[in-house]
Design a protein around this ligand. Sequence first.
Ligand code: NAD
Length: 349
Amino acid sequence: MQSPWDYPDFDDHEVVHFVTDRNTGLKAIIALHSTALGPAAGGCRFWHYDEPADAMRDVLRLSRGMSYKNAMAGLPLGGGKAVILADKQRTKTPELIAAFGKAVDRLGGSYITAEDVGMSVADLVEVSKHTRHVAGLPAAEGAVGGDPGPHTAYGVFLGVKAAVRHALGKDSLDGLHIAIQGAGSVASGLARLAAKEGARLSIADIDEGRVRSLADEVNGTVVSPDQILTLEADVLSPCALGAILTEESIGALRVPVVAGAANNQLATPQDGDRIAARGILYAPDYVINAGGIINVSSEHLGDADEVGVKARIEQIPGRLESIWQESKATGRNPAEVADAMAQRLIGRG
Ligand code: NAD
């Protein structure tokens, strides 16, 4: 049998909790990658995995990702993540969610949970009845967290501006052509801010109604989802899916800058080198898209005023610039540099 310490994605995680509750059928894994900077914070994913090993891989990877993301966002938080192993029908009962809340509570604040794929804000409210170690509750529950989308969008907008300044030497998006993949929550916030500054927008989404109404609002052009990655533009902003930057898609890019919100944009670590080899400036995803976590965590950290959140988000461009500077100085690609910086911040460099 393979030793857990030899799991490919095991990265000296501090603690990995396996949770079972016979009464409700709850099976969950809660992984705390690092608490060097504070309690391990990260969402809970409710998902059906074909094999428990897949859940293990997910939780190990995602919790490490949260360590890096929280550290690079300048937050006094470590990185953790939970996965609930759902059945095939993804049956979710209030009792099961309550059992998860109690499991989080037993960890005494070393792990702070939040929303992730398969978990709704309503589920979080249920969780919050059993533990106070939860972030991202709706305002009505006494928190100011609310929807992270607009905050993420603001950070991505500032990050796009920083990239344009670095790569093209321009201080404004006025007259620049930005190709946006996605017309969802973050993409629409970004589109509105960029349009206000005079950018010309091309937008693609598989949801035709959504993309049409966003394009109408920002005076943009609708592009087919097949074409958005190969459009000639000043910036490509991936705001839909992960793993879109592959050997093939990178080879076909016709932009000097890739800067967007989607998580895990690089399909493999080698794609960080491929994009750099093409002379394209890449904004590491978990650095540029940190506005949401900055907002979501603020109420938990007790500095939930809008001014403080905005000020933290406004540090994103400076962080990106220091990554690009170090990348230039060392010849390592920006994604690699960001990981190394995060590792230093959590004392593992
Ligand atoms: P969303 O669900 O509101 O929007 C995503 C959009 O992408 C949807 O409109 C969907 O139809 C579209 N889409 C899916 N497949 C597509 C394809 N092949 N081509 C074009 N469009 C496609 O999601 P969101 O909250 O705007 O998040 C967008 C991305 O940013 C996600 O990858 C998410 O993980 C990441 N992210 C979001 C936040 C946040 O605060 N919401 C924070 C950090 C990272």
